[in-house]
Design a protein around this ligand. Structure first.
Ligand SMILES: *Cc1c(COP(=O)(O)O)cnc(C)c1O
Length: 433
């Protein structure tokens, strides 16, 4: 009935998350409200962690892509679940370090890291900087030299595999702002340069082939291409690159039409493909890294809203407006993302009406979804949008000076606020007279 197993219906007919009645959460914390199921977050982490142990003989590390949902509580959970962390800005790095995340398990991504960010990363002794371009390689080495340190790096490579939701193309996908192109020889030159810098330690190659991917084969192809490059480096430069980071992008169930691959199956297939290819090439099996974001945080979250205006335009469509919108979930407005919605008080009833779920911002494009199926609702009713744990809170804004909602975590039948909701005072905090 629901896209995630942690959602259920209780005896009163109300929607529950992690066993807690959503009407109670809304009464206690108000709406809009982000609710994250900590038990499911941890379960998702454990599935990756044990799969990597099983299929990579312990020689692997899962890095949680914190951009999908980042706050101190989430960083602590990732740390407790033996994860590393992928950050893409000094803000995410600062959050992780403030949460006590151990720096050596953090990798820093980005196609245009600021000098201050690289310096912060070096001074914090993070595990690796994922270097994106030659200028950054040079700058990073200079910062490391000045600090008298050897800094771990990974090199971001464009393997020429571009995976979309249900297919992938093997073109020369060099039109991307991220990383070094493989087929032009740029990647090989970057590796050569990296090995010549005395204050950099090349730990791994990296690629990230897309997001919301439902197939294993693009990862297998990408890994074979990357291993081919590692073989060339070993033969021609005499250096065995010790790691291979295959990025994230594992798909989740936003709607019943989505059919994700089990994480365990995914890791198993890719690890086996890597081992086979290594045997063929005569390479030692590298340490494998994965960087799931959405598949950890996405299914664990829902957003609760209160219905306001309901506008039926005969023969056209019915707009159901809620007390949030693109400020707390910009994903439909950004790229037409699909979600499911449900009435909280009749959660098991058929979703018999076709409606368009609209936000409260002054933008016609401020929708959570068009032509969604929902039970009949009236002003004042609560609705829940599912699978909003990733790229919602982390992409939220104060457009129209709307305060961000709080984030509540539920675990073992208890709830607690992990990110306070913003107040009107917060809205004017940085304004000067
Ligand atoms: C966004 C991103 C991820 C996480 O992607 P998901 O689709 O959330 O799993 C991992 N690695 C890199 C480099 C990314 O840019």
């Amino acid at each position: 009935m629901f896209v995630s197993d942690n959602l259920n219906v209780n005896a009163q007919g109300n929607l529950t998350i992690g066993g807690i009645d959503c009407t109670e959460l809304a009464a206690q914390y108000g709406t809009p409200l982000y609710v994250m199921d900590e038990d499911l977050l941890r379960q998702n982490c454990r599935r990756y962690y044990s799969a990597l142990n099983d299929y990579c003989d312990g020689n692997g590390l899962v890095l949680y892509a914190s951009k999908s949902f980042c706050c101190k509580a989430m960083c602590r959970i990732a740390a407790e679940e033996h994860f590393g962390l992928d950050v893409v800005s000094e803000g995410e790095l600062y959050t992780a370090l403030s949460a006590g995340f151990s720096a050596e398990r953090i990798v820093f991504h980005g196609n245009n890291k600021k000098f201050s960010e690289l310096t912060f990363a070096v001074n914090s002794n993070i595990g690796a900087v994922v270097v994106d371009n030659l200028a950054e390689l040079k700058t990073l080495n200079a910062i490391a030299e000045k600090a008298d340190k050897v800094v771990g790096i990974m090199l971001r490579i464009k393997p020429g595999v571009d995976a979309h939701t249900h297919d992938f193309i093997m073109t020369g996908q060099i039109d991307s702002k991220f990383g070094f192109a493989l087929e032009t020889g740029e990647a090989f030159e970057a590796i050569k340069a990296a090995l010549s810098y005395r204050n950099l330690d090349l730990k791994s190659l990296h690629c990230h082939i897309g997001s919301q991917i439902f197939e294993v084969d693009p990862y297998e192809y990408a890994s074979a291409i990357m291993l081919g490059l590692m073989k060339k480096v070993k033969d021609e430069l005499g250096f065995a690159i010790p790691g291979l980071n295959l990025g994230g992008g594992f798909g989740i169930k936003y709607t019943q039409n989505n059919t994700p691959v089990d994480y365990e199956k995914h890791i198993e297939c890719v690890a086996k493909a890597v081992k086979n290819e290594c045997a063929k090439l005569g390479l030692a099996v590298p340490k494998l890294y994965f960087e799931p974001g959405r598949s950890i945080s996405g299914p664990a979250g829902i957003t609760l809203y209160t219905v306001g205006a309901v506008k039926e335009i005969p023969g056209i469509r019915t707009y159901v407006s809620i007390d949030g919108g693109m400020t707390d979930n910009p994903r439909y407005a950004l790229y037409g993302a699909q979600y499911e919605v449900c009435s909280v008080k009749n959660a098991a009833a058929p979703r018999s009406n076709t409606i368009t779920l609209a936000g409260k911002c002054c933008e016609s494009g401020d929708l959570i979804g068009k032509d969604m199926q929902l039970q009949p609702v009236e002003p004042g009713d609560l609705v829940a949008v599912f699978a909003t744990g990733a790229y919602n809170y982390s992409m939220s804004s104060n457009y129209n000076r709307i305060p961000r909602p709080p984030v509540v975590m539920v675990s073992g039948g208890q709830s607690r606020v992990v990110v306070k909701g913003e107040t009107l005072e917060d809205i004017i905090r940085n304004d000067l007279d």
